[in-house]
Design a protein around this ligand. Structure first.
Ligand SMILES: C=CC1=C(C)c2cc3[nH]c(cc4nc(cc5[nH]c(cc1n2)c(C)c5CCC(=O)O)C(CCC(=O)O)=C4C)c(C)c3C=C
Ligand SMILES: [Fe+2]
Ligand SMILES: [Fe+2]
Length: 338
């Protein structure tokens, strides 16, 4: 029997923080029909004609703020570390590859390495705890498209989501401990945002998501794939692990793009309201990410921190992402072996 293959896939990051590389990355990312889910002609006009030309130089400036001379993009650096640690834990029986949905290392090259090693099966784990068509869905569509062209299609399986994985929940709660959460006025669980339209499209009953003010805050059998409901569930579980009561924390959604409505409440609005209420210190989890990236290191630690201070607050503290947390690596081991 050959080795068993594991493919970890995260979102992707530019090859460098130079504007042409950021432009290339944004073009590939935003031309994905699951990300900007409108008709292809309008998408091309919007993305190539408006969003990318304006956004690329601005985003490149932000990427330069988080880019390290030694290790480059945090997202890629921590993803490689996770791959190495998982390989060490799983041992020789497994071959663990890492890919990014956009840019490099590519899914195609990683799958080819697994194919050439004659692995007996492949387990694919998209590194997004909560399911969204724009993230997990896009990764699995790409993998299926590529493997679908092989002459011999191996046993292959996917992890749809792991929003409630007990070891992951513990890992997030552990990461908060060193910040002494009891010293903060309020805790935020700030998830990556999603257009409301995409939540509704994932509702196969056509009769649930966003029908009432709070229908996407509770996870049930009917909405078990709802990104918002899974996000609230993750937050509730971490809060439970930390012994927080519901009035001590708020779930919110960051990183909006464009003018369509996204899942609410928006993190900036929540931060402004908390400052108005006189809150001074906020501790912020970003449990949609398993590795630090632009959206945590810059958007939360710099942008939201500044916004909060402008409104009268004092400090926004990010709870660092799971990165090389051993409990998270154990969580991955469990997903591979189950
Ligand atoms: C948590 C999973 C993610 C979902 C769901 C998601 C949806 C989504 N994102 C955009 C637009 C952008 N996202 C950007 C960065 C970014 N997004 C994720 C994850 C999810 N995105 C990560 C991990 C990152 C960081 C990448 C890094 O290099 O560190 C960006 C690029 C940065 C910027 O210009 O602001 C954009 C653009 C949309 C439109 C969307 C759903 C429709
Ligand atoms: Fe994103
Ligand atoms: Fe929902």
């Amino acid at each position: 029997m050959g080795k068993k293959g594991v493919l970890l896939v995260n979102l992707g990051t530019p090859d460098s923080a130079a504007t042409p590389d950021v432009r290339k990355y944004l073009n590939e990312f935003l031309m994905d029909g699951r990300v900007i889910d409108i008709n292809p002609v309008s998408r091309a006009l919007l993305v190539r004609g408006i969003i990318v030309p304006f956004r690329a130089p601005k985003s490149a400036k932000l990427y330069r703020e988080i880019w390290s001379d030694e290790t480059g993009s945090p997202l890629l650096y921590y993803s490689i570390l996770q791959q190495k640690l998982l390989q060490e834990k799983l041992g020789d029986e497994y071959m663990v590859e890492l890919a990014m949905r956009y840019q490099t290392p590519s899914i195609e090259a990683a799958l080819d390495r697994l194919k050439n090693a004659l692995v007996s099966e492949i387990k694919v784990i998209a590194l997004f705890p909560q399911y969204a068509s724009a993230s997990t869905g896009s990764v699995y569509e790409k993998v299926m498209r590529l493997v679908g062209q092989w002459q011999t299609i191996p046993n292959i399986s996917f992890v749809n989501s792991f929003h409630d994985n007990p070891l992951m929940i513990e890992a997030f709660a552990d990461n908060a401990k060193k910040h002494q959460p009891e010293n903060y006025d309020h805790i935020l669980f700030s998830f990556h945002g999603l257009p409301q339209r995409q939540l509704i499209k994932c509702d196969h009953t056509h009769n649930h998501c966003l029908k009432t003010a709070d229908c996407c805050q509770t996870l049930t059998d009917v909405n078990k794939f709802c990104y918002s409901a899974q996000s609230y569930d993750t937050a509730r579980l971490i809060a439970g692990k930390m012994g927080l009561s519901p009035d001590q924390y708020t779930v919110c959604f960051q990183s909006r793009l464009g003018s369509d409505p996204w899942v609410q409440p928006y993190t900036s609005q929540v931060i402004a309201k908390l400052a108005e209420e006189g809150k001074k210190k906020l501790l912020v989890f970003c449990p949609a990410f398993v590795a630090d990236c632009l959206e945590t290191v810059y958007e939360v630690s710099v942008e939201y921190h500044e916004e909060f201070k402008e409104k009268g607050g004092e400090h926004v503290q990010l709870v660092e992402s799971l990165n090389d947390n051993p409990k998270f690596i154990e969580a991955l081991v469990g997903m591979v072996k189950n």
